[in-house]
Ligand binder design. Structure first.
Ligand SMILES: Cc1ncc(COP(=O)(O)O)c(C=O)c1O
Length: 452
């Protein structure tokens, strides 16, 4: 590539940190126990393939694909090279009333992976932005077709839709809401589908399709004609892998159709292969009207997200606008940033060349069986798994979440990197995983969890 080794910088900085008592003071870490981390830092300085390395040279298997992003494994040279070339050719170009070819090319290539008909692609910089963008699209679409009175949104308990104000209003995880006031008005939540009968079920559970009728109740209560959109993660990810009960998504689709409500799938985690198909929409055979995505679209190497919209949603909004004026007053300084688009295009090549989604689908049954082999451990109270995503739920200790938090630290110390949410240990390995990687994760988990 003809430029300096970036690892050297990171390692030097990390060892300088070790000498400086205040080196960690200034950075206010996101979604982290800042005080604990700064007293006991767990810092990575290098990644390659399935592995991450700490500053003191320890090697960990990354069983969470970063944060569900690194589907093709860490530090892919093809992506690094594409970003480097782009930054030295056209580093930035304003996205409002100007374009660059890569944004258009990436939109076209993304549309080859999305379900048929969801082929208009709006770029953003994160999953959170994709959610708030989709909310605005839904409102703008209804207004453009003369139904501006549709302003209510329906979401679900235990949902995670990012951290911008729209996404927080949709959120169904209490800690993500409670410090931030009343949020947006007009957002109602359906019940979650984590029923006691659905414990220890591989894939989609049998029970709970009828919970989709909560939407019908909201239609009866507030008028279906006033509801703009329903947002769901097809499989709830951040909470800890809640696959949809059989028939649940079809039922939501039918109720939305009956009342003219848009169905939005938040595919920020489930998209790009995690469910064993390009998107969960294809895995579950239900097509939404809008679909949000981020994370693995660039393998996590550059911040990029997108909303894929039905062709006629785009047409309705653009045709309602003036002949030569802006039609949708929304966008970001970094929408379709050239370097992010370059990373996205390089990742599309990797998806195609390495048949990554197919690999995820092939590995999934082995992965699921391996995760379920932990069922006998006394501390494990539930396991849920689908595609290449699993959650092992452990019994609550002193306070909810305390044991999950402690265990993810012990797993780190034992060489496996995962994310915990509450008492759910979430496992989401890269799609380049081989059976030996899965076996390693499970054996380390068995060792650590059996001592819990
Ligand atoms: C389903 C879902 N939606 C939205 C987001 C927010 O994405 P970001 O953190 O890129 O803003 C996430 C992040 O994990 C997610 O899982």
């Amino acid at each position: 590539m003809g430029h300096a080794d970036p690892h050297l910088n990171t390692v030097t900085t990390a060892s300088a940190f070790a000498q400086d008592a205040h080196a960690l003071d200034n950075y206010w870490m996101p979604f982290s126990p800042n005080k604990e981390f700064k007293a006991e830092p767990r810092m990575f300085v290098k990644g390659e393939g399935m592995y991450l390395w700490t500053a003191d040279g320890r090697k960990l298997l990354d069983a969470s694909s970063g944060l569900f992003c690194v589907a093709a494994g860490h530090c892919r040279p093809e992506i690094a090279e594409a970003v480097y070339q782009q930054l030295t050719t056209l580093d930035y170009s304003m996205p409002f009333t100007r374009g660059h070819p890569l944004g258009f090319q990436l939109a076209r290539e993304v549309a080859e992976f999305t379900p048929k008909g969801l082929d208009r692609v709006f770029f953003v910089c994160s999953g959170s932005e994709s959610i708030d963008s989709a909310m605005k699209m839904a409102l703008a679409y209804h207004r453009a077709r003369g139904q501006g009175h549709r302003q209510l949104f329906i979401s679900r308990e235990r949902a995670y839709h990012g951290v911008n104000m729209g996404g927080v209003a949709l959120a169904g995880m209490i800690n993500n809401r409670k410090a931030f006031g009343v949020g947006l008005p007009g957002v109602y939540h359906m019940r979650h589908t984590a029923l006691p009968q659905n414990k220890f079920v591989k894939g989609q559970p049998e029970h709970g399709a009828d919970l989709a009728d909560d939407l019908q109740r909201y239609c009866a209560m507030y008028g279906g004609e006033n509801i703009a959109a329903v947002f769901v993660e097809p499989t709830a990810g951040s909470f800890g892998c809640l696959p949809p009960p059989k028939g649940y998504l079809d039922r939501l689709r039918a109720i939305c159709d009956q009342h003219g409500i848009l169905l939005v799938f938040d595919e920020v985690i489930t998209g790009w292969g995690r469910m064993g198909a390009n998107f969960a929409a294809q895995a579950f055979g239900v097509t939404p009207d809008l679909m949000t995505m981020a994370k693995a679209i660039t393998n996590g190497a550059q911040p990029l997200g997108a909303v894929a919209a039905r062709t006629d949603i785009y047409d309705t909004i653009t045709n309602a606008g003036p002949a030569k004026g802006i039609e949708f007053f929304h966008g970001y300084t970094y929408s379709a940033h050239p370097a992010c688009a370059a990373a996205g295009l390089a990742m599309m090549n990797i998806f195609r060349k390495e048949k990554l989604v197919e690999h995820a689908a092939q590995m999934s049954p082995y992965f699921i069986d391996a995760m379920f082999s932990l069922s006998d451990l006394p501390v494990v109270v539930d396991i849920r798994a689908i595609g290449m995503l699993a959650a092992v739920e452990v019994a609550v200790d002193s306070t909810p979440g305390a044991r999950g938090h402690e265990l993810q630290k012990r797993l780190f110390d034992a060489g496996v990197n995962i994310k915990s949410t509450g008492d759910n240990l979430i496992v989401a390995p890269p799609f380049i995983s081989e059976k030996s990687h899965v076996d390693h994760v499970v054996s380390v988990m068995r060792e650590v969890l059996s001592k819990a």
